[in-house]
Ligand binder design. Sequence first.
Ligand SMILES: Cc1cc2nc3c(=O)[nH]c(=O)nc-3n(C[C@H](O)[C@H](O)[C@H](O)COP(=O)(O)OP(=O)(O)OC[C@H]3O[C@@H](n4cnc5c(N)ncnc54)[C@H](O)[C@@H]3O)c2cc1C
Length: 290
Amino acid sequence: MKRISDIFPNKKKTLSFELFPPKTEKGFEKLLNTISELSAFKPDFISCTYGAGGGNRDKTFDIVQHLQEKHNITGLAHLTCVLHTKDEIKDILTDAKIRNIQNILALRGDPPTDNPDWKPTDINFKYSSELCAFIREHFAQYFSIGVAGFPEGHLLCPDRDQDAQYLKLKTDAGANFVITQLFFDNQDYFDYVLRLKNIDVQTRVIPGVLPITDYHGLLRFTKLCGATVTEEVKSIFEPIVEDKEAVKEAGIAFAIKQCQELLNGGAPGLHFYTLNKSTPIDQVISSLNF
Ligand SMILES: Cc1cc2nc3c(=O)[nH]c(=O)nc-3n(C[C@H](O)[C@H](O)[C@H](O)COP(=O)(O)OP(=O)(O)OC[C@H]3O[C@@H](n4cnc5c(N)ncnc54)[C@H](O)[C@@H]3O)c2cc1C
């Protein structure tokens, strides 16, 4: 399987998707179908999230292995260090290596709702930059490392310049690429890329895109992750919020416009937050001049 950073020299723009491990057997069956459907787009990689708060954590590597072994698709395993000790992380990464997983999205994660006061001590990592450095120290260049980027600044660090400096700590520690939090104003992305370039961050910054399919769900999620629901988005979706079909249609149209502008503006690809559904993604990608 490929290291994602080895794909970049031959590919100006990558196409990738994010999945999450379902909680139920039925969800798993559905996910396997979604993976088959998404594989038709020949993505450069597919990532799978990691439950920061426990439960389902072991499923991430299973799904990545499935992608690689059954579909020959390069997998990217998310890994959060919150609640883990450094020794545990070393064991987890050793397991990844045994499973032929070569790409890690190195994240801090957040303490879970049932343990919100968890604080790292010397046996844990405090920030994802420390996890990046640890991976390089113990596994040299075996893994290609991605990290999370926040065009609007992270929820706990809304000072965008300061947040960009924290991002630079991650790339200086060995991260090879950045995938961004979702956003709806492309200018936030382009400004972020420039801000990073100005402080000599040389890695690719791949925009994360969420096609809106459920406006109520979006409002809940953005509250948690800190992404702004722009006035433009509100003006499109608020008048139609109770009409599920109209929301889906408008979501596809918005995502097509957003993605095409990103590509035209020089974004090095697109990373879709699929929510384990292929239909909206299919409709968006089919309309793009990639
Ligand atoms: C693409 C993407 C994928 C994600 N996947 C998952 C997932 O699979 N599972 C999951 O649970 N969560 C996931 N998340 C959410 C993520 O875990 C949270 O946003 C988390 O709060 C921050 O993680 P981080 O890796 O960016 O942390 P860090 O980079 O460690 O940053 C955390 C906070 O600390 C600040 N900071 C960083 N370094 C320093 C420093 N040296 N001194 C002071 N402050 C500092 C940052 O500005 C930020 O406010 C994802 C997010 C994105 C964008």
